[in-house]
Write a protein that binds this ligand. Structure first.
Ligand SMILES: Cc1cc2nc3c(=O)[nH]c(=O)nc-3n(C[C@H](O)[C@H](O)[C@H](O)COP(=O)(O)O)c2cc1C
Length: 130
């Protein structure tokens, strides 16, 4: 999981795919935090992306660092622990201008049942499960 976290940090931007009914939706994301041994992302409950994850929690993330790409399939689990939200804001202080941990909108989700595959043109694939 650490390797996945470090890779997403290095890429800074990753692409998060959700399902909107039968339609895939993908958008850029950047938040990622390791908190209490879990990999978290952050969003706002008012966003379509949040509603899609609550309706169908299976997601896929793709990121590319110029050499290696990561495909991470997982289940996104909502966590209303205010400490997890505060931890995210400590890592991304700029979020504090848009969100507050207790605003009823901030959402953090951890990824579970995850299969991460690192690929490049020069190396064999590497799979990590968490
Ligand atoms: C580089 C970059 C990083 C972003 N990171 C996040 C993020 O971590 N969380 C988030 O909720 N939105 C983030 N956004 C904004 C979302 O991409 C945007 O709100 C998107 O419209 C959400 O998807 P939706 O319209 O399907 O709800 C980011 C945007 C950019 C350009």
């Amino acid at each position: 999981m650490n390797e996945v976290y470090e890779f997403l940090n290095k890429c800074e931007t990753y692409y998060l795919a959700t399902m909107d009914g039968n339609e895939p939706k993908v958008r850029p994301f950047g938040t990622v935090a390791l908190y209490k041994g879990k990999l978290y992302i952050q969003t706002g409950k008012s966003k379509s992306v949040s509603k899609q994850m609550m309706s169908n929690p299976r997601v896929e993330i793709c990121a590319f660092d110029g050499d290696t790409w990561l495909r991470l399939a997982a289940t996104a689990v909502n966590d209303d622990d205010i400490k997890a939200k505060e931890f995210m804001f400590e890592k991304y202080p700029m979020l504090k201008s848009m969100y507050k941990a207790d605003d009823g909108n901030t959402q953090v989700l951890y990824l579970t049942d995850a299969v991460a595959v690192f690929n490049s043109f020069s190396k064999p694939p590497k799979t990590i499960k968490f």
